[in-house]
Design a protein around this ligand. Structure first.
Ligand code: SF4
Length: 347
């Protein structure tokens, strides 16, 4: 076992996180899987409530498999990166049909499920089954990049290969579940992005970045690429009852399968044509300020236009009783409308 792994395992006994809601004795692989998928791109503090609510709605993988995609997306709404929820649902269906509802515990079977890559499969089988497998998530990369002063960004395949080599080198053959939790915890609580707490770090004595005092230079950054900007107008139609028009988005593209406002290009011609097509009686009431929503590959500027649309009911929803999965910008606009309504009623 490497010194790094030994020091981490000793530290874990006293300082590791052992009471997260998906940690149980013995571990429940369904819970571990859900948490690992939710924790991709999302912090523990945010995930805890989503996880607790999700397992109330879908207590077992079989119940998840038998649920409608709509219900799954609704439980996921707000966590972002919705392909994760769709892949969870698809995987649950495969587990039910191919493995009779029993979670597969071989690496090759697990990695063939949608949304489960090398690191996630390693984490699930390590944490749930104590198999000697390796993880390489963002926290682990940060720790290793500093400990070894790894040059380059992981988007370069040679650098990524080097990260995997180092991660496997340190992975112990025994106590693997504790080691995996320990290295994740170290990255989340001690070797944090901005101000790593090196004086409290169990592996500081051999950490090269600590020795060179250039910890925050690692992980090295990718050459900056400028994300393009796009813009859209959201047409927020409300009818006489104050109900809002929402349409289900197509199965492909951004926010696929979620419910959103009507939209069009953000220019006067497109807006007035879209409004006429929706309802000849409709008229613009006011516009809310534009705001920016960022995706990995571009920034989207959204202009919400509030439109009175008398006479229509079909496709209109009471936002006070909304149970549909909506993307974050739609949620934001709905809460702005709530605020405006309550401000008006207080006047
Ligand atoms: S010594 Fe500091 S930089 Fe090195 S692994 Fe520990 S916290 Fe990270």
């Amino acid at each position: 076992m490497t010194d790094f792994a030994k020091d981490l395992l000793v530290w874990f006994q006293e300082h590791g996180r052992k009471n997260l809601p998906w940690q149980s004795s013995p571990p429940d692989i369904y819970h571990v899987w859900l948490s690992e998928i939710m924790l991709q791109q999302t912090q523990v503090a945010t995930v805890v409530d989503y996880f607790n609510n999700f397992i109330i709605s879908f207590p077992t993988v079989v119940e998840l498999a038998n649920a409608d995609e709509e219900e799954v997306l609704t439980s996921w709404a707000g966590l972002g990166y919705y392909s994760r929820a769709r892949n969870l649902h698809k995987s649950a269906k495969i587990i039910l049909s191919k493995y009779h509802g029993i979670f597969p515990i071989s690496y090759s079977e697990l990695i063939s499920l949608p949304g489960i890559g090398e690191s996630t499969a390693g984490a699930i089988l390590s944490l749930a089954c104590n198999q000697s497998l390796t993880i390489l998530d963002g926290n682990v990369r940060r720790v290793l990049s500093r400990y070894h002063r790894v040059a380059g960004h992981y988007s370069d395949s040679k650098v990524l290969k080097n990260f995997w080599r180092l991660a496997k080198y340190h992975t112990p053959s025994k106590q693997n579940a504790n080691y995996t939790q320990a290295i994740m915890d170290l990255g989340a609580t001690i070797c944090v992005p901005r101000k790593p707490l090196c004086s409290r770090c169990p592996v500081s004595r051999h950490c090269k970045a600590n020795f060179c005092n250039d910890q925050v230079s690692f992980p090295q950054k990718k050459a900056r690429t400028i994300r393009p900007e796009k813009s859209l107008a959201f047409l927020v139609y409300h009818n006489i009852k104050g109900h809002i028009f929402l349409a289900k988005r197509p199965g492909r593209g951004i926010w696929s399968g979620l419910w959103s406002f009507a939209e069009c290009e953000d220019n006067e011609t497109a807006i007035s044509a879209a409004i006429k097509e929706h309802n000849l009686e409709a008229s613009i009431v006011f516009s809310l300020p534009k705001f920016k929503h960022s995706f990995t590959h571009y920034h989207l500027w959204i202009r919400p236009i509030i439109i009175s649309s008398p006479g229509l009911e079909k496709g209109y929803h009471n936002i006070n009783k909304l149970v549909l999965g909506v993307p974050a910008p739609v949620k934001k606009i709905i809460s702005m409308l709530d605020y405006l309504n309550s401000a008006e009623s207080n006047e």
